[in-house]
Design a protein around this ligand. Structure first.
Ligand code: AHR
Length: 329
């Protein structure tokens, strides 16, 4: 079976090493917030985005498993219901509680400077997982996540390969506005279809949720009807919501409207294997072990990689049918 694997080359070690001390984290037991060194339990606050998608559920599970008591952690978990202010206040709470480290899956790119500075001043190291921020790299110790721009590019290349030269009409369901996942996927996708005759009819946010995807797709269908040939959804859940809207409009997903999405969670892969989706680019949610490894190293005062990109794959309908049963999420 041929899988297009990307980002592997950018895996561990491809980025500059930084001293965690430079990132603002004092080693526990050496002043700072104390605790966490040697055999001590490491107290970690994790500020999750919310529970918007199947991907997020798998990511939360991976994080909770990795930051278990068995692995030497006390985890304080917070899900911010996709609200940036709630996430920032959760991080402030972690600082007030004097945790040993903070992990954040930032909802949006901007708005993090102040609270990251507060964590740095308190001597609490911050690890980012999943999405990125626009704040200075000095304000966090490390980031582990995915190459969202490449994910968008891979989706766009598939659309180009299948629709260029046909004057096809495309609609887009964007992820959460201002998130690195939505911004970077749009950049990569647009770059890939640039110079083709593919006509982008519309592009609106469905906020990475099934309901959002369904509602926006209903609007598209009312406005453009049968003119739509292709849908690019920034995640599986929005694509799955769109399936309901497409069927309710009397059209056949996967045929009348071809669908490319990102994530490759179980429900998305099932839709792909059943022929309702046409192509999926994976976004691997299993970031917990690497995040926990980074936290342990940072708390111990060790050097860590500034950026770690985890490998993604992509799947056609046939490939999805082959691997569906063995998928871990
Ligand atoms: O940041 C990763 C994105 O967030 C996933 O693609 C999406 O499903 C989730 O909500």
């Amino acid at each position: 079976m041929k899988k297009s694997v990307f980002a592997a080359a950018a895996m561990l070690g491809a980025f500059a090493l930084v001293a965690t001390g430079c990132a603002g984290g004092a080693a526990p037991g050496a002043g700072g917030n104390g605790g966490g060194g040697g055999d001590d339990v490491i107290k970690v606050g994790f500020a999750q985005t919310g529970s918007e998608s199947g991907w997020r559920a798998a990511n939360t599970e991976s994080m909770k498993k990795a930051f278990s008591a068995e692995n030497g952690f006390e985890l304080i978990f917070n899900a911010a219901d996709n609200k940036q202010e709630a996430q920032i206040s959760a991080v402030r709470n972690f600082i007030n509680q004097g945790v040993d480290a903070i992990v954040i899956a930032p909802i949006t790119v901007d708005g993090w400077d102040d609270v990251l500075k507060e964590a740095k001043d308190a001597g609490i190291p911050v690890i980012l997982e999943d999405r990125t921020v626009s704040a200075s790299e000095d304000l966090y110790a490390s980031w582990v996540g995915l190459d969202f721009e490449q994910e968008g590019r891979t989706a766009g290349e598939w659309v180009k390969e299948n629709f260029d030269g046909k004057g096809a009409n495309l609609v887009v369901l964007e992820g959460t506005t201002g998130s690195s996942a939505a911004l970077d996927r749009a950049t990569g996708f647009n770059e890939a279809i640039d110079g083709t005759d593919i006509n982008v009819l519309d592009s609106q946010t469905g906020d990475f949720t099934r309901d959002g995807g369904k509602k926006v797709m209903e609007g598209y269908l009312q406005k453009y009807g049968k003119d739509i040939n292709v849908l690019f959804a920034h995640n599986d859940d929005m694509g799955l919501g769109a399936l309901d809207a497409i069927k309710a409009a009397g059209l056949t997903p996967g045929k009348d409207i071809q669908i490319v999405t990102i994530d490759a969670v179980k429900d998305g892969m099932t839709a792909l294997a059943n022929g309702e989706f046409n192509f999926i680019v994976e976004c691997n949610p299993l970031l917990g072990d690497k995040a926990a490894e980074l936290v342990k190293a940072v708390v111990a005062g060790d050097e860590v990689e500034k950026r770690t990109i985890v490998e993604d794959q992509s799947f056609t309908q046939e490939q999805a049918a082959e691997v569906l049963d063995s998928r871990p999420y």
